[in-house]
Design a protein around this ligand. Sequence first.
Ligand code: ADE
Ligand code: ZN
Length: 396
Amino acid sequence: MSPGHSPAATRPRLLDPDRLDAWLRRMPKTALHVHLEGTLEPELAFTLAERNAIEPGSPAFPYADLAALRAAYRFADLGAFLDVYYAACGVLRTADDFHDLARAYGDRVRAEGIRRAELFFDPQTHTRRGVGLSTVVRGLWSGLADARAHGVDVALIACFLRDAPVGHADDPAAADAGFTDPAQATAWATLRQVLEYNQRAPADESILGVGLDSYETPYPPELFAAVFARARAAGLRCTAHAGEEGPPAYIRAAIDTLGVSRIDHGVRCTEDAALLERLAAVHDTPTVVADFGEPHAIPLTVCPRSNYALKVFPDPARSNLLTLLRAGVQVCVNSDDPAYFGGYALENYRAVVDWLDPSFEELRQLARNGVHASWMPPAAKTTLLAEIDAWFAASP
Ligand code: ADE
Ligand code: ZN
């Protein structure tokens, strides 16, 4: 075991359960893997349904009441979860709805010591229902304004749905107003909408990058290679969900064919020793250097409670987060879909402590990795790393 990796010996007194939550909540941290649609709490879903005159229990929102929605929160796997997640998204219709969703999450972010949040949203989940991309993004940014005004640094990442049609590079550019044609909800059309949105948006309300999510198998990353190449050429940062349920080959393909600089989940990489080594190594490819500003490892944004809720690991103590950390992989702690998986940043850090028993130094490393893995400018990273170090140094 390397220095700093002896769990109990370095455990500080403050990690007694009574003080742990307050300490973890205030710890400076990042959130790099949160789906804004996955922050939709059941109560807000019903409020929005009522506001939009959507009948609970109808096909547009197939849950008769709060109890029925909560009862649906037992997931056999990723697919079973996504079925509920997409059904609940039916209540999100107007810019005000997206504002309220993002405002509720922004309030959490402020309360949880998050300094930098790189947030996913799924344009096609909404455009295929006739809700235009600019309605979604305008609402999200206005909902996030309060958190930003209080110093939280926020970026948005638009994810393509891997099970939706890829389409063609010459798909018509969708005019955002009156956008109703589901055929315009392909990955290619979505990329066009993102680029058009960015051309018109104020610089501080643009979309920073693209991702890839939704049902993982049987949709290998290479289906999206040309879309990602175009996104990359347009200056967007690139990440992808891979190796959550899908095989290690999907992680390799995301790196090799999509040119991503980060992997979301990626936990199945431990099944492939060469891949594990490759993730930990510093990459000097143009795509990695473009996203991080320097040669860099390929980080994994790991989501402990999500992995447990979706049965990626049958038993929480079997999470491989610390195995990855000890193998030199740049793993960080995230919440994925916090309204569905039992909690936000705090609950995920708390799960790591309770389930995996990391050392104090390992906890510090996980928090620091969130900064290394982010796409913040280098100077901002240096500042946040110093803040994290000071926080740990000042802890008894
Ligand atoms: N969309 C929302 N959450 C997701 C997850 N955990 N995996 C893939 N797609 C998602
Ligand atoms: Zn995710």
